[in-house]
Design a protein around this ligand. Structure first.
Ligand code: AMP
Ligand code: ZN
Length: 462
């Protein structure tokens, strides 16, 4: 069995991964706030944790992994977007959610097993908040409920900070009703124009109409879908503090002794000119921008995989060009290869070493150079590249060329009977003129789209 090792932020060590229950390996990853197109940085955790999901499914079996990634569909940025555009919140979140799913499918990410929306879990959040108040970990003040960080002595352990350091480092304006400047919001009041729900009951009566804070969402949804103790919690390292620190505090205080997540994984940031790509810095472009410019989703995925997830990475056009060349070559090499060998153990071991995706790509280059095409295809399947779904970019493609392969095969079979090869020659010349290399041999027919392929022409003649 493959031994997976993961760098656990909590212990700052690379550890052997041992699932709590190998029959049901459970992972939670923080998902997007749905008010705008995902930028390229947002795709990084999606791709990183998709590769981990694929590895876990490979090792423990596809039916023995539960992956949850949420949608944050209640947030002040969404409210602001609705107010400025005059559109309803529901319309904006539904549209953005679908965009996200489309864009992430375009970079080859599998859908998680559960994709809970925060607004569908408000009662569970309210229950959790009421429990925290009852056990003295939270308090109500001026229509808000706040988590009392001093009630949890481990607060700060994940990111390695003490409460005093955090107070010194924080430049936030402190609301007067907070007992400690680091106390964070579990619930806040909503006015008539802001989405709201009936709030927690405090001292026998409802605190009033309001909405949850961001952190409590993930705690409540992880508890509902994965239980109080699960294997892996992931996200970008910008979420380590305060978001993940707060999730831990809430969950461990709500379910004492449970442990919450065993392993914490954080991907480093995608950067532009040495700065984190983010909406607030305005230095971002979206996944859709790239796709619309003709950068294939598979190329985006490949570039992401070529840097280790714990290192910062820069997106550059040069990397995209190189990825595109490599993928074209690998697609040509494997056009007729169905992986009938299992993934080579060296590939599994490399990936299992804290997701060394770059190491796997290096092995794949060797396979390609040595003509180990079955191994190349099997490794590609594991990483989720060279798939039919992602093949659209060089033949709209996989599918279009497949239909031509089929046509040519039928024509050749009948020509072998009738000895009249004119139809075969006609189809071959159409393909060649459109920039597709045609190889016919006893083993079968291989079509490979060259760099100059004219898909419109082929599509029109289909
Ligand atoms: P957000 O919508 O900003 O809350 O982010 C959603 C997810 O994308 C979180 O896991 C973030 O950590 C991650 N993320 C945001 N910006 C970047 C970036 N520049 N590079 C990598 N991950 C990012
Ligand atoms: Zn979260």
């Amino acid at each position: 069995m493959t031994t997976i090792k993961l760098h656990n932020t909590k212990t700052r060590k690379r550890e052997v991964f041992t699932p709590i229950d190998p029959e049901n390996v459970r992972m939670y990853v923080c998902g997007p706030t749905v008010y705008d197109r995902a930028h390229l940085g947002n795709a990084r955790p999606v791709i990183v944790f998709d590769v981990l999901y694929r590895l876990l499914r490979h090792v423990y079996g596809p039916d023995h992994v539960t992956y949850v990634r949420n949608f944050t569909d209640v947030d002040d940025k969404i409210n602001a977007r609705a107010a400025e555009s005059g559109r309803s919140i529901g319309e904006i979140t539904a549209e953005t959610t679908q965009w996200f799913l489309d864009d992430m499918a375009a970079v080859g990410a599998l859908e998680p097993d559960h994709m809970p929306r925060a607004t569908a879990y408000i009662p569970q959040m309210v229950t959790m908040i009421e429990g925290l108040i009852a056990s003295g970990h939270a308090y109500a003040a001026e229509g808000h409920v706040l988590f009392a960080v001093e009630s949890y002595k481990e607060y700060g352990a994940l990111s390695g900070r003490s409460i005093d350091d955090m107070i010194a480092g924080a430049r936030v304006e402190v609301a007067p009703y907070k007992r400690n400047p680091m106390d964070f919001v579990l619930w806040k009041p909503s006015d008539a124009d802001t989405p709201g729900w009936e709030g927690p009951v405090v001292d026998g009566k409802s605190i009033g109409r309001g909405r949850p804070g961001w952190h409590i969402e993930c705690s409540a949804m992880a508890y509902e879908l994965l239980g109080d103790h699960f294997d892996i919690h992931g996200g970008g390292n910008d979420l380590m503090f305060p978001h993940h620190e707060n999730e831990i505090a809430q969950s461990c205080c709500a379910h004492p002794g449970s442990g919450f997540a065993n392993v914490w994984l954080h991907n480093e940031m995608l950067q532009v000119e040495g700065k984190k790509m983010s909406k607030s810095l305005g230095n971002f472009f979206t996944v859709r921008d790239l796709l619309d410019q003709g950068v294939p989703g598979e190329v985006i995925r490949f570039v992401m995989l070529s840097t280790h997830y714990r290192k910062p990475m820069d997106w550059t056009e040069k990397k995209a060009r190189e990825a595109s060349r490599t993928l074209k070559k690998w697609r040509e090499l494997t056009v007729n290869v169905t992986a009938s060998v299992s993934v080579p153990q060296i590939v599994l071991d490399t990936l299992a070493e804290d997701l060394n995706t770059a190491g796997v790509l290096a092995l794949m280059h060797e396979f390609a150079n040595n003509g180990a095409l079955l191994e190349l295809k099997a490794s590609a399947d594991l990483l989720g590249i060279l798939t039919i779904e992602l093949g659209g970019w060089e033949g709209r493609g996989g599918v279009l060329l497949d239909s031509w392969t089929e046509r040519l095969t039928i024509a050749r079979d009948s020509a072998l009977q009738s000895k009249d090869f004119s139809e075969v020659d006609r189809l071959k010349s159409i393909l060649t003129n459109a920039g597709v290399a045609v190889q016919m041999s006893k083993e079968g027919i291989v079509l490979a789209a060259g760099p100059e392929v004219d898909l419109e022409k082929l599509e029109a003649l289909k």
